[in-house]
Design a protein around this ligand. Structure first.
Ligand SMILES: Nc1ncnc2c1ncn2[C@@H]1O[C@H](COP(=O)(O)OP(=O)(O)OP(=O)(O)O)[C@@H](O)[C@H]1O
Ligand SMILES: [Mg+2]
Length: 77
């Protein structure tokens, strides 16, 4: 995306929070997506980290504690 100014980052997970209301109306969406992500992460003891630079882009990371992670079991062929 276009990158997110630092002052908006702490508010992105608030329900219905959208940076640009007019453009958001064109692109659709409810403003609930990241609020839901944060709640799901909390249920897993995980943390949602958002890093962003205006004009460059954003990185959204879910960081899980080691005891909530296990190796994926390979599916039998
Ligand atoms: N990758 C991104 N780059 C720039 N801004 C973003 C990005 N992701 C989210 N945002 C900003 O954060 C706001 C909240 O995002 P969120 O995902 O919670 O809602 P949404 O995408 O507007 O709607 P939806 O409920 O469909 O996900 C967005 O409206 C947008 O302003
Ligand atoms: Mg979204």
């Amino acid at each position: 995306g276009p990158g997110i100014a630092a002052e908006h980052i702490p508010r992105l997970t608030e329900r219905f929070y959208r940076i640009d209301r007019s453009r958001s109306r064109e692109t659709g969406g409810t403003g609930l997506g990241l609020a839901i992500v944060k709640h799901i992460a909390q249920r897993h003891g995980a943390e949602l980290r958002i890093e962003s630079t205006v004009g460059k882009g954003s990185r959204f990371a879910l960081v899980f504690p080691a005891n909530r992670v296990r190796e994926a079991r390979l599916l039998a062929k």
